[in-house]
Design a protein around this ligand. Structure first.
Ligand code: FMN
Length: 205
């Protein structure tokens, strides 16, 4: 026969265990959601164009993460018209840097991703690929890498250079070249928030 004291102890023990379980399951779940949200916003606000890199190569695992992030982008009718050319060959990066005045930083980058779109898959390939390109920039920031969008489209001369080095077929058009590497220096994000750009209900002149 169990004594009243030990029965009371048993009940208290059970209550303690269940409250500990609740503390470990319910509350932290909320915290994780908040932390995730903060992480996403922090990533967006910290992103900046980085144009100077160390010579440290970018790990293959990180390259794969950048590409996974790119392909997680939304696309019209879910057509996913993107194609990505990953360039790590020093000779190609240097030659492109020499021909592209707007992307000279390729000469220091250990990696570039040419974001391309298949115009036969979607007539607004450049919109879908822009979402993919932005995801690459955000993922680079999250991985401690530096990156910058350098425009190919809509400039015929720049597109021709990217097309030639990446050996693109006719229907695949280069949108941008994104040089990527470990940042050299300490580029800070710009604060671009501007109240005047916000119009509530109707456009304010
Ligand atoms: C469509 C587009 C084209 C761009 N083209 C170039 C480019 O050719 N060369 C370059 O150095 N930066 C280029 N940039 C980067 C912008 O200069 C940069 O995003 C802008 O100055 C704001 O700075 P932030 O990215 O640090 O916020 C481009 C950005 C966008 C979105």
């Amino acid at each position: 026969m169990m004594k009243a004291g030990s029965f009371y102890g048993l009940i208290m023990g059970a209550l303690l265990v269940s409250s500990l379980q609740m503390a470990c399951t319910t509350e932290p779940k909320q915290d994780v959601a908040v932390l995730k949200q903060q992480g996403v916003l922090e990533n967006i606000f910290q992103r900046k164009s980085v144009r100077d890199y160390t010579s440290q190569p970018v790990e293959e695992e990180k390259i794969n993460t950048l590409l996974k992030a790119a392909m997680a982008a939304p696309s019209g009718k879910d057509r996913r018209p993107w194609e990505f050319v990953v360039i790590t060959e020093r000779a190609i990066l240097d030659s492109m840097a020499a021909e592209l005045g707007n992307a000279r930083m390729l000469a220091k980058a250990p990696l570039a991703i040419v974001v391309c779109g298949d115009s036969t898959v979607s007539s607004y390939w450049y919109l879908d690929c822009t979402a993919a390109g932005q995801n690459i920039l955000l993922a680079a920031e999250a991985l401690g890498l530096g990156a910058v969008w350098t425009a190919s489209y809509p400039y015929a001369d720049r597109m021709e250079v990217a097309r030639r080095y990446a050996r693109l077929p006719e229907n695949v058009l280069p949108l941008c070249v994104i040089p990527i590497g470990y940042p050299s220096g300490d580029t800070q994000p710009k604060d671009k928030f501007n109240e005047a750009k916000i119009h509530r209900n109707t456009f304010r002149q």
